[in-house]
Design a protein around this ligand. Sequence first.
Ligand code: HEM
Length: 499
Amino acid sequence: MVSPLLLLCFTLPLILLFFFQFRRTFKNPSLPPGPRGLPIIGNLHQLDNSILYLQLWQFSKKYGPLFSLQLGLRQAIVVSSPELAKEVLKDHDLVVRDRPKLIGQQKLSYNGLEIIFSPYGEFWREIRKICVVHLLSTRRVSGFSSIRKFEVKQTIEKISRHASSSKATNLNEVMMSLTSTLICRVAFGRRYEDEGTERSRFHGLLNECQAMWGTFFFSDYIPFLGWIDKFRGLHARLESTFKELDKFYQEVIDEHMNPNRKTPENEDIIDVLLQLKKKQRSFSVDLTNDHIKAVLMDMLVAGTDATAATIVGAMTALLKNPRVMKKVQEEIRTLGGKKDFVDEDDIEKFCYLKAVIKETLRLHLPAPLLAPRETNEACTIDGYEIPAKTIVYVNAWAIHRDPKAWKDPHEFIPERFLDSTIDFGGQDFELIPFGAGRRICPGRPTAIASLDLILANLLNSFDWELPVGMNREDIDTEVLPGLSQQRKNALCVLAKLRV
Ligand code: HEM
């Protein structure tokens, strides 16, 4: 006789298969159209994390600026026009305000005890406000200008040494090192020695954290296939990354709690959070070390990767467009008075440099799908009924190339911004590299101050060339999976000291 267990093993997959096929065939007819998927997995087999924005762009050409996807058992919609981005991020700001809860991101954010992955609510409002007031506001960012100047100068000296010995500079590595140093110094007053073991440990952790944020887990979309993640060793990898990061954050907290610590000139964000933790009642929740660690993760990962990726994006675009490179260098060198180092005051005069940065954030934005959102209740978008808990992707990469919004959308033409009021503050929905609405990136002033100073000095101090034998067309732009566009292959270039 066949055992009941054996019978179940054979029949259960068939029942599930028919159930999901049925659901798919008779799925909510008021959802936007979308590519047809397979039973159970839906459209997952058609998607690749590292080029998702490109694939979604292709789908939008066929199914329109609002289309549906079935990601395993999860419903998703994709928005690819400025008008619909406005509808989602502004008109429905209060509904499309959460983030999908994904295993890797939840684990590393201590289940959303921070800003990026925390659900919208009282705690999110408070913690975001604390970080803005003490670290990210325009006033605080100007207060950190001497740190920025010191660190950018150090990097320029490092590249000068490469230039003197005709050694190629790995721009990805150098920029990650610079942006992480900047954020470590302002967020928790620490500086890692160049090429020291502590720095490589720290960079290894940052890379692993970013990789885990972007790794695909079956458990997120088809929970009953979650065993495949275990089989692939993903849970073990996530756990070990979490433990290593937790140890690192604990060291930073211990340093701040050490009674023998030299009193710093300015309190950093860890000092502020530790004081709030002591007072307790000044916050809607009881702050714990886990909250502080989760906020540290936000600042380190969000503050480092995107800024470094944007500089590399700008240098790639300039190397591919020698006309623009020449024009922006002329502006900096002429208006900057041929100084060895251009200051933040000089940069205010560099309109073309500002246009180059905007054009970079249009075509090489580091988070092409922003940070995905999730609906917290059912709503109507563009006439379609979107259920609660639907994942919402805003394909900013596609919006930034929308031919209705941009002339010659694929060309790198900074001039388009010279006589235009379009800005990335979240009001002009054809340019949204920092998102929009209540969850717009709070790190904009920090990012822009760093981008301006770094790029101005890279272009002021050096002339840039590709290594011998490499052509402009050979510059590789393949990226790694993750929330921000880190390159698979680094951009290695020759810096020549300005004559
Ligand atoms: C070029 C640099 C940067 C870009 C392009 C960028 C882009 C973004 C985007 C697209 C989002 C999602 C917004 C949305 O959902 O509408 C975001 C969120 C966020 N960013 Fe940035 N970012 C950059 C730099 C920074 C920096 C330097 C920091 C902090 C030091 C930072 C901290 C954050 C935080 C905390 C959030 C979460 C906001 C929330 O969910 O309420 N970012 N960023």
